[in-house]
Ligand binder design. Structure first.
Ligand code: DHB
Ligand code: FE
Length: 280
């Protein structure tokens, strides 16, 4: 049977992608950030997942205000890097896993999570930057990736609780797939940041640290918080953190934090990262 063995949380700041693509990873501004992900790339090489489920948000690249799915599951065979205004990032096309993705769609809908099935979707920095951070700059990404796009751009976003419960349904869906696959789930976005309005530039490191602590120890405390609390504490784009709770919900109750990294700033954002393994 397939099973989820670990979760990865990471910010997905677009400027990180630009730094990689333009050869700036050794610049004094960026070097400490990329150094912080070296152990993660090693972990990724050693863990060798068969499939990654990557929870992220589209930033008006594949979707727009014309169509706003709350949860959109990528069931296609491949996903091209999106043109976000500067041309598509020069990274490999993302290979999907249609078999597992369609199985997840069926399991989730029967479980009353009425996700949107997407058969064509370009993927922006929300998905490609986490892959770059975790996998470096390979010729091809090391495994198939199933994108799960979550609306956290246009109010109303899904609640933290809904996200956590979706994670639990994903765990069940994967566990009922009849192939021996080791799956790693990514929750991306965050941490605290606000890109707009009078509070633009907001960072709340105390909130971020508490969030990182609770992610393994007391996720229910994070699940109880409302969208307004996320907005107040973590800034308008800090709401992206609810996507980390999909990842956390898909893991076991008993988990082990195996790596953590936190740095301020990267672009306008607090960068947070954690690798969490199931104990079983
Ligand atoms: C920025 C954009 C993002 O989507 C994000 O998650 C963090 C930072 C930015 O434009 O700096
Ligand atoms: Fe974002």
């Amino acid at each position: 049977m397939a099973r989820i063995i670990a979760g990865v949380a990471t910010s997905h700041v677009p400027a990180i992608g630009a730094a990689i693509d333009n050869g700036k990873t050794e610049d004094p501004y960026w070097q400490p950030l990329f150094a912080g992900y070296q152990p993660s790339q090693k972990w990724m090489r050693e863990t060798k997942p068969d499939v990654v489920i990557l929870v992220y948000n589209d930033h008006a690249s594949a979707f727009s205000l014309e169509m706003i799915p709350t949860f959109a599951l990528g069931c296609a065979a491949e996903f091209a890097p999106a043109d976000e205004g500067w041309g598509p990032r020069p990274v490999p096309v993302v290979q999907g896993h249609p078999e597992l993705a369609w199985h997840m769609a069926q399991s989730l809908v029967l479980d009353e999570f009425d996700i949107t099935i997407v058969n064509k979707m370009d993927v922006d920095h929300g998905l490609t930057v986490p892959l770059s951070l975790m996998c470096g700059q390979p010729e091809a990404w090391p495994c198939p990736v199933i994108p799960l796009a979550v609306n956290v751009v246009q109010y109303p976003p899904p609640t933290a609780h809904r996200c956590y419960m979706l994670g639990k349904a994903i765990k069940k869906a994967v566990a009922s797939f009849d192939r021996d696959l080791r799956v790693v789930i990514f929750g991306t976005g965050g941490m605290s940041h606000q890109l707009q309005g009078p509070r633009a530039g907001l960072i709340n490191s105390a909130f971020d640290q508490a969030f990182l602590n609770n992610l393994t120890k007391d996720p229910e405390a994070l699940v109880r918080m409302s969208a307004v609390e996320y907005l107040r504490e973590a800034g308008s784009e800090g709401i992206e953190l609810v996507m980390w709770l999909i990842m956390r919900g898909a893991l076991d109750d008993e988990v082990e934090e195996v790596y953590r990294f936190y740095r301020v700033p990267a672009s306008n954002t607090a960068v947070g990262h954690m690798i969490i393994e199931n104990k079983g």
